[in-house]
Each structure stands twice: as C-alpha cells, then as structure tokens.
Design a protein around this ligand. Structure first.
Ligand code: PMP
Length: 326
C-alpha cells in the first residue's frame, strides 16, 4: 500500500490502511467513497479479520501455538486466515462449498492450508456444520466461525471504521456495504453511529438473498451468482444486528455484473461482483440524499470494494452476463 514508506518486518504489517477513492459515477453534490480492499496482501478485506482473529485467539489462550484454525469460508476469509495463520505459527483447514471460485481455493492451498469441499447445493450452512465436526475430531483445533464470532465485526470496528472516519474528518453521511457475515457493515456502522448517530446505514445483498427478513420484510428467496454477500437463512448470520440498519438494498445480479464492467472500463477498478452490488447501492443512496428522499447528517456516502475481479477470471466475470452467471 502506498502509505507504507518504511521497511517492514512481516507481510502482516501491510494489512489495512487501504486507499479510499471517489466513485466517479456518483452525484457531484453527494460523493461516494469506496475503500479498495484488494490492496491488502491477500487481496481482500478478509485479511483484516484473519490477522485480528488469529492474534486474539492466541492472546486469549483459546488456541495454543501450533494449533489449528478450522473455518467455513467462501474463500477470501480462508486466504486471509491462511496468511495470518502461516505467519503466526498456526495450521489452517478451510471448509468451502464447491461452487466458489477455484482461484481462491488454489491460493489458500498455496499459503499452506488444507481444503475440504462441501456440496454446493447444501450451502454455507453445511460448511459451518462440517467445520465443527472436523474440530471435534482433532486436538488443539478451534472454529473461529466468522458468521458468529464478535471478533469479526470487532476487527472492522478497530480498523476499517476508524480508517474511513478519519479519512473523511468524520463527515460520514451514509454507510452502504455488502453483507456476507455482516462483519464489515456491523463493525463500520457501529464505529460511525457512536460518533454520528444520524448516519444512514444500508445493508447490501444480491436479489434473492433474505437479510431483509430480519427487518420484518418478507423477501422472495432465489439463487444469485454474486459472490461473498447474501444469505438464505439470516438466523445463520449471527452478527447481523437489524437495529443498526435503516435499509436493505437488494441488487439484481445483472446490475452488479454490469457495474463491475463499468467500474473497470470507466474508472479503472478491477473489482468483483460484491463491489458491483455495493457501488450500485451506494450511488443510489447518494442520489436519494441529493434528492432529499433520505436524510443524512453529511453529504458523503462510504462503501467498500471487498476484493479483486482477477480472482474471478475463471468465472468469466469480464464475459457476458450469461457466461458469468452460469
Ligand atoms: N465480498 C466478498 C468478495 C467477500 O468474500 C465477503 C465476505 N464473505 C464480503 C463481500 C462480505 O463481507 P462480510 O462477511 O464482512 O459481510
């Protein structure tokens, strides 16, 4: 990352302090700023929780040196945790539903991790259960469980939140971020709301996901190709606190995919589908603030672009919609 101007001892010291860059498609009067998380060494936002969770588990004595992390993950968390585990003297096993991109699984393995696949049709719920089964069968193994551990949201409360808030001198009007585990949104929203209680908070999901059920809505469940965000059973997303959320934005795959391609062509961002969804929702929120349809304490919207499009080349992310979604 460009702010690192001194020699460093470990790759772990390059996690975080990522750039915050204006999204050009947003209205002039209400800028949108996106935190570019592919600048992390494992090229995603999940490096932050990898380092934070491994360090806290070791500090607390929940895991002894040489112990094993076993984690259900769509991939990026595995890369972040494998990176941290390797540098902190831990072993790592990841349980990954088959549908997720092979690039991620190859990278976890390159970092020294063991991979266990679960059937795509059984979803993330099955991966979570399988991780617990494996941990019971092994000595000195812990399942941090990114969908449940408060350490996940805490990592963002301690790093992502303050980095964004400080970069904008506290002038944050709305926080609009994708929700997978919801760790990113919860950590950042909590940090911002403690300082700016009127800030508008939007959870972003793909259409077909059902986070809005937690806000009392009755969403229609469906499949989606957008990777890293969304849920079909919000009771599994234990970190998601509807009290912190004003609105859930459901973005159709087709719009997220088109936005990924627009961001590359027009703005030079090589980002992935969850960033496409976040960008669509963040620009719409900025337009709603500009038009007076949403009240916000400042004329600025913040979002996160969680990882890189390069990670999804095997999924044809830069191909046609039908090639990508297949
Ligand atoms: N985008 C991508 C590509 C991800 O891997 C994840 C993590 N599942 C997210 C967005 C969502 O982040 P969080 O889990 O913090 O909600």
């Amino acid at each position: 990352m460009t702010t690192h101007r001194e020699p460093l001892d470990s790759v772990l010291e390059t996690v975080g302090e990522t750039p915050l860059v204006r999204v050009q498609a947003a209205p002039e009067a209400v800028p949108v700023y996106a935190k570019l998380e592919s600048f992390n060494p494992g090229a995603s936002i999940k490096d932050r929780i990898g380092v934070y969770i491994c360090e806290r588990l070791l500090e607390r004595g929940d895991l002894a040196p040489g112990g094993r992390i076993i984690e259900p993950t769509a991939g990026n968390t595995g890369i972040g945790m494998a990176l941290a585990a390797g540098q902190l003297g831990l072993e790592a096993t990841f349980v990954v539903p088959e549908r997720f991109s092979v690039e991620k699984q190859d990278l976890m393995a390159a970092l020294g991790a063991e991979i266990v696949n679960t059937p795509t049709e059984e979803g993330m719920g099955r991966a979570i259960d399988r991780a617990h089964e494996l941990a019971e069968a092994r000595e000195n193994a812990v399942v941090p469980q990114q969908f449940a551990t408060p350490l996940n949201a805490e990592a963002h409360y301690e790093t992502t939140g303050p980095e964004i808030y400080d970069a904008l001198d506290g002038e944050v009007g709305a926080v609009v971020m994708g929700c997978g585990t919801a760790g990113t949104l919860m950590g950042v929203a909590r940090y911002v709301l403690e300082r700016e209680p009127e800030a508008h908070v939007v959870a972003v999901e793909p259409e077909g996901s059902t986070f809005s059920a937690a806000l009392g809505h009755n969403p229609e469940t469906g499949d989606y190709a957008t990777e890293g965000i969304g849920t079909h059973d919000v009771s599994r997303n234990e970190l998601f606190d509807p009290e912190l959320v004003d609105e859930v934005a459901s973005v159709p795959d087709r719009r997220s995919h088109a936005e990924v391609q627009r961001l590359a062509r027009e703005e030079g961002h090589l980002v992935a589908s969850s960033a496409g969804a976040a960008s669509v929702a963040a620009v719409e929120t900025a337009e709603a603030i500009r038009d007076g349809a949403v009240d916000a304490p400042h004329d600025a919207v913040v979002t996160v672009f969680p990882d890189s499009g390069e990670r999804y080349l095997s999924k044809n992310i830069y191909g046609s919609f039908s090639e990508w979604e297949a």
